[in-house]
Design a protein around this ligand. Structure first.
Ligand code: BGC
Length: 390
């Protein structure tokens, strides 16, 4: 039996298409003609796109010929603007070196041409595998096709690589699932901290070129929209489309400016109860804006378990974050590289997502919501974050 849910694909066809029309991304082209209706897909918010057996992608992946133990491995990161990417830079360098490889680890400062050039030079330097966290999920097709033509394995890291056949698999936390968790945590936090509704809420999304961002938003809205429809949550500004809520380049200062103007324009005679934030940096910007405006601190979500936000969650200033440990993502990626090196090809996985061109095997890890109540449990094996809980 072959059954495939197409959430991510639908996302490309609906939210992302409109979101990206303003910023010149090529993601529009990824929508296949037979995409089901948006409302059909919207009803299925339980998880990211999955297959329930391994027959399609993983069994089809041929075992490779392997490569030398000390091979060059390229790591191309989108930027170092959030803690997760800085952690990835350090951990990949350390772990690949320890495993005997020659790592080239580079970050591209949110500039697509810079990322393309960095990947080209990794190919020229003889990389046998290139791991990519794309700035724009749709903009790397031609350089990755060059990589494939040179026999290089291409692994997506944290973000989907869209609209190309030149990708062997993606290691990530379920992005729709992450959004569902953020939406549910916001709702739980409102009930816990703000008593009975209706609640005054505003919504923020991440950078529209990042394929994760519309997925996070979609997942969260699957929880929040019914509450909005029921009148239990009021989006006072009326801004509920991803395009209106997105934060270009995940830039915290842009989010803070938007929050300043939302408060100035809509909340002079009201308290704000909650804000959906797609990550911790934006969450802290929102909280700072509320403080500056003399507002009470609303229930604010986050993502990444960044040090400063872990402290704020512990102090009760930020309601929650979602942990998606970089060490787990990097460890899984290095495990895949070791399999490729040994000539065993891509490991089997029973999850896949359509990227507009092919079903991409996904190596999916589980994120976890962190509030003050469970922080000590979640970080029990993370001494650095445990040290922040004091
Ligand atoms: C990552 C987040 C990160 C964001 C901005 C997303 O793709 O999943 O962890 O906060 O990019 O860097």
């Amino acid at each position: 039996m072959y059954r495939k849910k197409v959430l991510t694909l639908i996302l490309s066809a609906t939210l992302a298409m409109t979101a990206l029309s303003a910023c010149g991304s090529a993601r529009e082209g990824s929508a296949p003609a037979e995409a089901p209706a948006a409302n059909e897909a919207a009803a299925d918010t339980s998880a990211d796109a999955k297959t329930d057996n391994a027959q399609d992608t993983s069994e089809a992946a041929p075992a490779g010929a392997g490569f030398e133990a000390g091979a060059t491995i390229g790591i191309s990161l989108p930027w170092l603007g959030t803690q997760n990417w800085k952690e990835a830079e350090t951990m990949f360098t350390e772990q690949l070196t320890e495993a005997g490889y020659n790592p080239i680890v580079q970050a591209a400062d949110q500039k697509v041409p810079q990322q393309q050039q960095q990947i080209e030079s990794m190919i020229e330097n003889g990389a046998k595998a290139i791991v990519v966290g794309p700035i724009d999920g749709t903009q790397l097709g031609s350089v990755l096709e060059q990589a494939k033509a040179a026999g290089v394995y291409v692994i997506g890291y944290d973000r989907l690589i869209e609209n190309t056949e030149a990708v062997d698999g993606v290691v990530q936390f379920g992005s729709v699932r992450t959004g569902v968790m953020q939406g549910q945590a916001l709702l739980d936090g409102l009930k816990e901290k703000k008593g009975e509704g209706p609640y005054n809420v505003e919504l923020f999304g991440g950078g529209p070129a990042d394929p994760n961002a519309p997925n996070f938003f979609k997942g969260a809205m699957s929880v929040l929209q019914p509450e909005i429809d029921a009148g239990n949550i009021v989006i006072v500004s009326g801004q509920t489309d991803f395009t209106q809520c997105a934060t270009e380049d995940w830039d915290n200062s842009k989010a803070q400016k938007r929050m300043d103007s939302l408060l100035a324009g809509n909340y002079s005679d009201k308290e704000i109860d909650g804000v959906l934030s797609p990550n911790d940096g934006i969450g802290r910007a929102i909280i700072t804006s509320c403080e500056d405006a003399g507002q009470q601190i609303p229930v604010v979500t986050g993502l990444d378990a960044e040090n400063e936000s872990v402290e704020w969650v512990w102090q009760g200033k930020q309601y929650c974050t979602v942990a998606k440990p970089t060490q787990d993502l990097v460890a899984k990626t290095v495990e895949i590289i070791n399999s490729l090196q040994a000539g065993n090809g891509m490991p089997a996985t029973d999850v896949s997502t359509n990227n507009g061109k092919i079903d991409v095997p996904i190596y999916e890890l589980d994120p976890v919501v962190v509030t003050k109540d469970n922080a000590k449990e979640v970080f029990a094996n993370d001494p650095d974050r445990m040290a922040l809980l004091k």
